[in-house]
Write a protein that binds this ligand. Structure first.
Ligand code: ITT
Length: 177
């Protein structure tokens, strides 16, 4: 069976990525990497991949994602992890009171096999009025993808993979692999 190292400490990402690679044995590396302060997810992934390439055996895959809310000027974006840990979904809903709710979820995957290949996926949608659902992780209870009435947290992994930013980036990666 083909082996691939996935660098993440997020078990939700592992489930979604494994579901799209049924014939691949994923080896999880949860040692992390420095997530630099940058304006774009691509920069975070490039720096992380470069740093990891000196420490772990290629090939490996890493995923940096963020939620970009239009009426908040793209916030939390590259700060999504910090914002989730601090104000969380409830804080996001408070910030959005009386504001437009359009948002985009983005994933940038970096595949490093001696050189770096970047794959980006985006999912447009809106922020729910209140959290709904118990599946998934992170901002899933408050994000409704275009074309659905459900939040990501009301979907199974397979359903979420029909819409999500991560699955779109994964499809691009799989095609090129
Ligand atoms: P890594 O170890 O892979 O870096 P992480 O959880 O720190 O895992 P990110 O920096 O990519 O991941 O994600 C930023 C935040 O956005 C973090 O709080 C995640 O829980 C959340 N997030 C990422 N992808 C998501 C998704 O598909 N659905 C909901 N929340 C997501």
């Amino acid at each position: 069976m083909y082996k691939l190292t996935l660098v993440t400490g997020n078990k939700g990402k592992v489930k979604e990525i494994q579901a799209m690679l049924p014939d691949v044995s994923l080896e999880i590396c949860d040692s992390g990497y420095p997530e630099i302060q940058a304006d774009r997810l691509e920069e975070v992934v490039s720096f992380g991949a470069e740093w990891l390439s000196k420490r772990i055996e290629p090939p490996f895959l890493l995923d940096d994602s963020g939620l970009f809310i239009e009426s908040l000027g793209g916030f939390p974006g590259v700060y999504s992890s910090y914002v989730f840990r601090t104000i969380g979904n409830v804080g996001i809903l408070k910030l959005l009171e009386g504001k437009a709710r359009n948002a985009t979820f983005s994933t940038v995957l970096g595949y490093y096999d001696g050189s770096l290949h970047i794959f980006k996926g985006e999912c447009n949608g809106k922020i729910a009025e209140s959290p709904r659902g118990t599946q998934g992780f992170g901002f899933d209870p408050v994000f409704i993808p275009e074309g659905s009435e459900k939040t990501f947290a009301e979907m199974t992994v397979e359903e979420k993979n029909r819409y999500s930013h991560r699955s779109m980036a994964m499809r691009k990666f799989i095609e090129s692999w």
